[in-house]
Design a binder for this molecule. Structure first.
Ligand code: MG
Length: 162
């Protein structure tokens, strides 16, 4: 079983979405917990909203696929009006497959972005998606605060992906 990701980036804000779009990718499956926000954050941050908005403008279809509960996932997704799959039981492929159906994209044209090798990456590899691993947010929070200005700069750079 393949457990390694295709790519690894320091955060969701460091992924070269423009380049991936140019390579033909059209769908994105995002994990929520510790990928988009920490576990204890109920709603998307402003940065997450901005990123999702920019990715949609670029032309990506986006779905959230989470192992967390219906309550947590629906509340989070409502804030950014995004489709979602809860209780996905990654690394089993069912939840991610459901996500692909929602997206309507081929697995080989779809990215899965998550913080866990043993859930997100394995599930993605089983279905033939392009797997992208990011480090868990919670372990990096202090570090992130320090480089917040750098992240803001990155976000501004995404402004030209429209
Ligand atoms: Mg996670």
């Amino acid at each position: 079983m393949k457990i390694y990701p295709k790519h690894y980036y320091p955060s969701i804000y460091h992924i070269p979405y423009n380049q991936l779009y140019a390579e033909g990718f059209r769908g994105i499956v995002f994990d929520i917990d510790n990928t988009l926000v920490p576990y204890d954050r109920k709603e998307p941050t402003g940065e997450v909203e901005k990123l999702i908005t920019l990715l949609r403008k670029k032309g990506f279809a986006i779905v959230l696929v989470s192992n967390n509960t219906k309550r947590r996932v629906r509340l989070f997704a409502r804030g950014i009006r995004i489709r979602s799959v809860f209780s996905a039981v990654k690394p089993l492929p069912f939840g991610v497959r459901k996500g692909l159906t929602i997206l309507g994209t081929e697995p080989e044209k779809t990215l899965i972005i998550g913080d866990q090798l043993f859930t997100d990456v394995i599930a993605g590899n089983l279905l033939g998606l392009c797997t992208i691993l990011v480090p868990p947010i919670q372990e990096k929070e202090a570090f992130y605060t320090k480089i917040k200005r750098g992240l803001e700069k990155k976000l501004l750079e995404y402004a030209d992906i429209k």
